[in-house]
Structures are given as structure tokens and as C-alpha cells.
Design a protein around this ligand. Structure first.
Ligand code: ZN
Length: 180
């Protein structure tokens, strides 16, 4: 059971275990936005509903320590496109590929990790692009900068708790580029 975490602006920032959510609540750092109507937890002395959505009461101060090497930023660097066939890879399908496979000594690093669609990933298997007869769209490298936008780490999809839906959908709404 997980709890969706919103920042002070009601933008989804993370998902945590419900136990973590309770801890944050006890620490006075968050408020409950929505509860699971059908899920309760019992302790020795009390019973309460499990929080489905919580919200931080203060702005989360993120240290700007350069560009983190994470899935989000790899995805952003590669513009969400498979680096072998240029196809757009939806966030929920995102896997990253080791250009030189780990089994062949490849590292998990900016210059050896790229966005790859599932078919390309499967076709490539445990081989280098050369061995598989595939070519990279561009050689991966650590980006000098990334667009400073609110970056979603996930969007709504089936199977997620129903109370999360409006929060995750609203983010897509607010982040869609406006056009004439
Ligand atoms: Zn591909």
C-alpha cells in the first residue's frame, strides 16, 4: 500500500509506503489530503484510515547540486526517445539500456546509458550496438544543462489507487504546452 506525496503546490513529487506517510504525519511535516476509504490500520490503541494522498506543508528545498544521474534526467536528456530507432518511449514503458552491456564491462554512467524502447532493447540483448548491428542516434554524454521544468516521475495509469487519479492527471494538464 502506497501513499502519493504532493508538494506544497499540490504537485505530485513521490510515492512512499503508507508507513513512511504516517511517520511524516506524526512529524507534522505533511497533511492528509485524501484517505483510502476501505483501508484501515489498527494499532494497540487506535484505528485509522490509511492516507492515500498527503501534502507537504512547506516547500521542499531541493539543493541544486548539478544534474543528477537518474532515470528522470536520462529520459529528459534523450527527449524520451529510443536512442536506436528514435521512437517516442512513454514514461511508463521507459527502460534504460546499457550501450556496452554490464556483462561486457559496461558501466552505469551518463556515457553508457540511453533510453531504449522495449523492441530495441530485446533485439540488442546482451550485445553492444556493433555486435547487434544497431546504431545509436547520438553518443550519450552527461548533459551540460536540462530544461528547468517540473518533471514528473510518473503519470496516472490503470492499477494505481483511484484517489491518486485527479492529482496525477492535473499535473499532465498543467504541464502540457499551450498552443494557439
Ligand atoms: Zn527503439
Amino acid at each position: 500500500m502506497e501513499t502519493l506525496v504532493l508538494d506544497i503546490r499540490y504537485l505530485p513529487v513521490a510515492r512512499v509506503t503508507w508507513q513512511r506517510a504516517i511517520t511524516l504525519l506524526w512529524e507534522g511535516k505533511v497533511e492528509v489530503v485524501e484517505e483510502y476509504q476501505d483501508k484501515t490500520v489498527r494499532s494497540v490503541t487506535l484505528e485509522f484510515r490509511v492516507p492515500a494522498v498527503i501534502r507537504f506543508l512547506r516547500a521542499i528545498r531541493g539543493k541544486r547540486t548539478g544534474i543528477k544521474f537518474n532515470r528522470e534526467n536520462v529520459y529528459t536528456r534523450d527527449k524520451g526517445k529510443c536512442q536506436y530507432c528514435s521512437r517516442s518511449v512513454p514514461r511508463h514503458d521507459f527502460t534504460y539500456d546499457h550501450v556496452v552491456p554490464k556483462a561486457q564491462g559496461g558501466h552505469t554512467a551518463w556515457d553508457n546509458v540511453v533510453v531504449s524502447c522495449t523492441p530495441c532493447n530485446q533485439r540488442k540483448g546482451g550485445r553492444t550496438p556493433g555486435q547487434a548491428g544497431m546504431r545509436l542516434v547520438q553518443a550519450p554524454a552527461k548533459p551540460k544543462s536540462l530544461p528547468d521544468v517540473v518533471r514528473l516521475t510518473f503519470t496516472w495509469r490503470k492499477g494505481m489507487p483511484e484517489p491518486w487519479k485527479q492529482w496525477l492527471q492535473s499535473v499532465a494538464y498543467w504541464n502540457t504546452e499551450l498552443q494557439d
